[in-house]
Design a protein around this ligand. Structure first.
Ligand code: KIV
Ligand code: NA
Length: 265
């Protein structure tokens, strides 16, 4: 298998084949997901909550995300690695966006970047694409704009669906190779997916998008707290790891570890 490229994702849309995407923030998850055939890995700014322990994605910085991006690109042989541009690192201007994206491509060795926002960020998308940086857009509920959007709520309900469609068309026209639709009604996501030439990647957007993305720590049960309605839990890694740690602790306390076979004689 060769490296996944953006045109492969376009071909999958044309063939009507759905594709999966997962976040990844480190070597082991990147290797495991790459070997499992996940074609696109996202070094999401959700590392804020899932690596750094922040309460939202807003505080995480470029300098915090770059080493995680580098770890993932070093470890994934086939997957296309997309790096999220964090809050405050692209909003000011197309120039700022290009400066930040360049760091993710040069220092992080990312293959593409993702930024949040529709119409209003078309100039940023255009600047990156013309500089040779593939851009994945992200519209609907955009966590970096949580405070402006009035909290975590489903977008594109009723007559707001038209706004979502306008944002989707704008990011496509600006040159985005794909667009994430987060927490929007299944009906609106279906319509956007049908109208766009580029692939849509849903999260909390129903079954009709071209691709689906989940935060890996949610879907694998590393996150033992409350998760959103749209998360499906495929494993209980948090439970498995907790159990391993508990049994190790018990063995040490009981003198059962190390045994003779773990010792040098
Ligand atoms: O940061 C992230 O994990 C994301 C995905 C949920 C799309 O942006
Ligand atoms: Na993100």
């Amino acid at each position: 298998r060769k490296r996944v490229r953006v045109h492969h994702l376009q071909q999958l849309k044309e063939r009507g084949e759905a594709w999966p995407m997962l976040t990844s923030y480190d070597m082991y998850s990147a290797k495991i997901f790459d070997e499992a055939g996940i074609p696109v890995l996202l070094v999401g700014d959700s590392a804020a909550n899932n690596v750094y322990g922040y309460e939202s994605s807003l505080p995480v910085t470029v300098d915090e995300l770059l080493p995680l991006t580098r770890a993932v690109t070093r470890s994934a042989e086939h997957a296309l690695v997309v790096a999220d541009l964090p809050f405050g690192s692209y909003q000011a201007s197309p120039e700022q966006a290009l400066t930040t994206a360049t760091r993710f491509m040069k220092e992080g060795r990312a293959h593409a970047v993702k930024l949040e926002g529709g119409r209003r960020f078309a100039p940023q998308i255009e600047a990156l694409v013309s500089a040779g940086v593939p851009v994945m857009a992200h519209i609907g509920f955009t966590p970096q704009h949580e405070h402006g959007l009035g909290g975590y709520r489903v977008q594109a309900r009723g007559d707001q669906a038209e706004q979502l469609l306008e944002d989707a068309r704008a990011v496509q026209e600006a040159g985005a190779f794909a667009v994430v639709l987060e927490m929007v009604t299944a009906e609106a996501a279906k319509q956007v997916t049908h109208e766009l030439r580029i692939p849509t990647v849903g999260i909390g957007a129903g079954p009709d998008t071209d691709a689906q993305v989940l935060v890996w720590t949610d879907m694998a049960g590393m996150n033992t707290g409350r998760t959103a309605k749209f998360v499906k839990k495929y494993a209980d890694l948090g439970g498995i790891l907790g159990d391993a740690a508990t049994r190790f602790a018990q063995d040490v306390r009981d003198g059962h570890f190390p045994a003779s076979e773990h010792s040098f004689h």
